[in-house]
Structures are given as C-alpha cells and as structure tokens.
Design a protein around this ligand. Sequence first.
Ligand SMILES: [Zn+2]
Length: 207
Amino acid sequence: MSSLYNLSPIPHILDIRCPKCGGDARFEFGEVVKIKRRADVPFFRDSHLFEYRQVTDSCGHRWHAAIYYAALHGGSTNAIRGLPEGYQPSDWDHSEYLRWGHTVIGAYACHSCHDVRRHDLSWPTDAFFQIDYRGETLWAFHRESAIALQNYIAASHRDADTSPWSRMLMHVPTHFLAASARDAVLTRLERLLGSERSSRKSTIAKR
Ligand SMILES: [Zn+2]
C-alpha cells in the first residue's frame, strides 16, 4: 500500500490520526524555500516563524532552506511578516497542484485535543480515514476523498471518475470492491465519517 503514495500525487492537507489523542487532526506539509543570500541566513535562523536547515542535494551542493509550517500558524501564510528584501510571504504558499510524495515534513493541528505540533508524515500509516477489511487496509487522504471513496464503492456502475481523487479511486484494490465486501466496507467507512462528524461537534461544544 505504501508504494501508492510514491506513485500518486497527494494533497497539501490531509486528515491524520492525532498522535496524542487519536482524533482527527489536520496535517499540512511544510514548504521549503531556498534562502537566496548568505546574509539572509541569520534572519531565518533566528525567526520563530521559520525552521532553518542546511540541505545537501543529490549532486552534493549545500544550500540553505527556510521552512514554514502553516499548520503551526493557523493554516495560512498570513503570519509571515518583516521578511528581508526579495522574499514574499506567498513564496511559502502551496502550489496549486497536488504534490508528489517525496517529503514527509509538516505539522498538524488536532480538531479534538487542539495539539499543534511538527510532525513527520508516515503515509498511509497516519491516515485518519482508514479501515481494515480481512487483513488489508483501505485509506483516503481526507474527508472529501473518503466521501468520494464511499460513493465509488457504493455505486453499481463505476464510470470513469472525474473528481480530483480519480487516480486514488483507480487504485482501490478489487479486494474492497467485490460484492461480498461492499456492505462491510461501507459500514466501516460510514462509521469513521460519522465519528469524525461527532468529534468536530464535541470540539465546537467545548469552545
Ligand atoms: Zn488530538
């Protein structure tokens, strides 16, 4: 299953099981930007907004990176201020495309226990939307794709899917699509989608 992650694009934001409470947490990949001038390094190294790292690429070249974790700052780049000349907060925006799964660095904010923390992604182990059926695991990136998965499995005719998750749906193992599996798989997915809803409700009630 893990090979799927390397073969397929992945969204910038995922639902993961909170490492602290097991609830639904929002994980967001960190964005890495190359620091242009050596003179800018102290700014990024000392900033509480950025993580500074020295990176060595495959050719052995060393460069300086400024990493921003939106999940640690309310889920946007709005917190970024006072950058040295030549940088914009939008340099740390996610691209409009899905990402290919090579980096694991990111951070999460939990809807249930409100834990906010740096986190190296382990996918699909971390997936919040995952169910087991007869020894195999089926997972979805987040709520939206879990619903797409649910509809796909429930459908009697599976036409070419046009949703952004069509590639993920194309790779659903037949193990989960067999008529004999359908009811059990759908029940488990429904339970997860339902529990996710109620955990959000209780979060709101606590506020
Ligand atoms: Zn939590």
